[in-house]
Design a protein around this ligand. Sequence first.
Ligand code: ADP
Ligand code: MG
Length: 583
Amino acid sequence: MSTTAELPRIRVLPDATIDRIAAGEVIERPAAALRELVENALDAGARRIAAAIAGGGVAAIEVADDGGGMSAAELALAVRRHATSKLPDDDLVRIATLGFRGEALASIGAAARLAITSRRPGAEAATVTVAGGVVSEVRPAAGAPGTRVLVEDLFFATPARRKFLKSTRSEGDAAQLAVRRLALAAPGVAFRFSNDDETLFDRPAEPLAQRVAALLAPEATIAFDEQRDGLRVHGLAAPPAVTRATVAGQLLAVNGRPVADPVLRTAVRVAYRDVIAAGRHAVVALFLEIDPEAVDVNVHPAKAEVRFRDAEAVRGLVIGALRRALAGGARPVGRPAPLGSRSFVPYPSVVRAPWPPVVEVSRGGFAEARLSFAAPPAVRGIEAAEPAAEHPLGAAVAQVLDTYIVAVAPDGGLVLVDQHAAHERLTHESLAEQFRTGAVASQPLLLPAVVDLPEGQAASLAERAAEFARLGLEIEPFGHGAVLVRALPALLGPADPAPLLRDLADEIAAWGEGLVLEARLDAAIARLACHGSIRAGRRLAGPEMDALLRRMEATPRAATCSHGRPTFLKFTRSDLERMFGRQ
Ligand code: ADP
Ligand code: MG
């Protein structure tokens, strides 16, 4: 038996170490610390909250509020672990505040240098500091009613955590996003946020619609508000014609708490499923009000997720409310519902057309054929050229729903092409090729375009101007919340710069720091290609359709679009025979 076996190997950790371990969970990055501080200000009933960061939030975070404040005795308790004023009867079942664990200030104090000055109405101000877990005396101080919290050198006491931080810019972006989400969930509170002395937004107390227009999306104008069985869902949605590349255009909140909840996220996706393209995301600000007893907010270290007692009821209400709002509010423009889908938006489709249709094909080249239906025509036939053997995708014979090209292959088979997906892939490949060979053609705009973006996003776009310039996209910062576009990649043709830049901004927000430059540029190319492409819903002439088919044949990787969906489907003679049971 070795002597070391007698030494106790298990020991109870010192408090300072316990605090640091806990700190790692509660505040994994500056944005999390900032969110906790702003939540505290909201819980304290603040009417105005000013938040500022420096150096991505690692160097400094400051949050000042005009809420109820703390007395000197409360200040001393506030920085201790598991000290909270928010569970008056230790009831974890009815949580009506954003905070409840009493861990945030203690965690921040364990990992950083923390200074809090607070004043209750009618009392003197007091101040306390904590550095790496060491708490000072509470001293009298001077200060306005409310609370001011300053955090410096975040993670100086937990260097392991510091190693995992991303660049100053992405930490700053994440911090800004955290405040923006809380500001969207509390439009009645005035919010200001600045990063390295630049004010990124400054909003007065205002109606929800104004807050959403300023900080989320001006297009979210369709209001909804429904209740059932003690649940209420309300908010603002954008029409299906407005979509984003990521879920960055969605704010989901449960009892005023912004969440990334899968139940709500899925419900939004289902509500929009039949009216927006696969892979795109709806834009919506959605607020669920629910009895605190029917939802558990204590299931996630960062309180980002919740658990509903009756998820089905929540789902049903959200899907129903959104669908009714969309059906009544705005119809999708220029984009027919997919053939055969269970669309809730009535839209003429070939299926409902009288049968047989009266077809008059005009003679002479590719002149447009006229098919007359009682409903608006969804199929346009053209007189096809004889499909040549060297063209496997064949000759175009018709366009369906202004979206799909129907072609006849040389072997007699049937080819269906999604014109947008196909063109997007071609644009993507050409742009990538131009980029590889260093020959990106840029087309200056006759008049530079000013594009407004949610405040703050403009800055992160402008910071990458040099990267985008390599792709032929020339932009410059243009005051707060705007970017000036001087040139677009020539390949895109006359694309509208506004939706393009909004998509790029979302794309950037989705980039992890791990993504190398090449991958980022490729993702940007994919976004750009999408905007330079023939939209679904555009009528094409015969030669345009054939030209598209020929380019597809000449392009590697043309069988799937940039999002991985197929660009064409081919049914050979034997496929057709099998489908009809002839084989
Ligand atoms: P929690 O918010 O979960 O209670 P915190 O560590 O974030 O835990 O805060 C501890 C306590 O300090 C809170 O319960 C609250 O009483 C007080 N406090 C924190 N920030 C503020 C503030 N900005 N204004 C007033 N009181 C505050
Ligand atoms: Mg808190």
